[in-house]
Design a protein around this ligand. Structure first.
Ligand SMILES: Nc1ncnc2c1ncn2[C@@H]1O[C@H](COP(=O)(O)OP(=O)(O)OP(=O)(O)O)[C@@H](O)[C@H]1O
Length: 309
């Protein structure tokens, strides 16, 4: 069954004075999907999110949230979306439970207080004052407040920045439960692992443009598998063999010269075989040898580098 997307962005452009921060981007997020916007610093993620949240009108292009213009039809859209605010909005002297109660006063048909506190994994902190919460716990309280009105669409701007790995995993679990419940989520993040873990689909933004988008598998496919090893001291890169048509590159990692082959298609196993046979015949030791599929990090770094060239 075809349903209308919860979020659609077509040819969006945003300017600050003469500077074009978003230079004509298009994407759609289906109902119940989690879509991640990744990007280098200043790529335009927050500007895009703020436009979708209705804070600013599109300079050009069309933006729809739940079928409506989030800026012009703000009154209709706002009650149906959740925005995770930065922690600035809290009163430090209120407890977690009091904070939720306070926000319930502004929210149409809010969740029950204890349900919201439990959803954010803060039940054992309900009586604790906000000033005594850790940074990660404050972010989770932000999340509880964003979820108070059972939003159809949830916007999360870097929801786990500054969290330790355990707090981040707890937050991921909460977000996954929200998505399993049918909520559409648009998330920005600097953590590629977060996108890998959570996103149904993602887009990588660079200087206001979408450089690549799709599922993690789609985005990573075509970037090739990699074979790497420490450059043997007595060899030049030109003396290394070609592996199924792939020539080696040199990079420096952790102060060491590293040879890198990018092998396309199904050439990883065969390329590795050729390399090991060559090393055996030439009596070369391949220290630090690794063979692995491309990661989202490889794509991210190369997308940013490639677009800068
Ligand atoms: N109010 C503003 N006035 C002028 N320029 C702005 C304003 N807000 C953002 N910019 C510029 O627009 C560009 C995009 O900013 P934006 O905050 O959307 O990027 P981002 O992808 O969220 O970045 P980051 O990952 O660093 O948070 C940046 O170059 C930024 O300096």
């Amino acid at each position: 069954m075809h349903t209308d997307p919860s979020i659609s962005v077509e040819g969006l452009r945003q300017r600050y004075g003469d500077f074009e921060a978003v230079a004509g981007i298009s994407f759609e997020v289906a109902a119940g999907e989690l879509f991640a916007l990744l990007g280098t610093n200043g790529a335009g993620k927050t500007t895009t999110l703020e436009t979708l949240e209705g804070h600013r009108a599109a300079h050009a292009g069309t933006v729809r949230v739940l079928g409506r213009d989030p800026h012009r039809e703000r009154r209709a859209v706002r009650p149906r979306i959740g925005i995770m605010l930065q922690e600035g909005g809290f009163f430090a002297d209120l407890t977690v439970a009091e904070t939720v109660d306070h926000w319930r006063g502004f929210t149409p048909a809010p969740r029950d207080r204890d349900e919201a506190v439990a959803l954010a994994g803060l039940s054992d902190k309900a009586g604790v004052r906000v000033r005594q919460l850790s940074g990660g716990q404050k972010r989770r309280l932000d999340l509880a407040l964003a979820l108070l009105g059972r939003p159809a669409v949830l916007f999360l701007d870097e929801p786990t920045t500054g969290m330790d790995p355990e707090a981040r995993r707890t937050t991921w679990k909460i977000v996954q439960e929200v998505v399993a419940d049918g909520t559409t989520v648009l998330l920005t993040t600097h953590y590629l692992e977060e996108a890998e873990h959570l996103a149904d689909r993602l887009a990588i933004l660079h200087r206001g443009r979408i450089e690549t988008s799709g599922t993690v598998e789609e985005v990573v496919a075509g970037y090739g598998d990699r074979i790497t090893f420490h450059m043997p001291d007595h060899l030049q890169v030109a003396e290394l063999p070609e592996l199924r048509g792939a020539r080696p590159d040199m990079t420096v990692t952790g102060g060491r010269a590293v040879a890198v082959y990018t092998v396309n298609g199904s050439g990883l196993q065969a390329g590795l075989y050729d390399l090991l046979r060559w090393a055996d015949e030439e009596r070369v030791r391949l220290d630090g040898l690794e063979a692995r599929s491309a990661s989202l990090e490889d794509v991210f770094l190369r997308t940013a580098e490639g677009a800068d060239r």
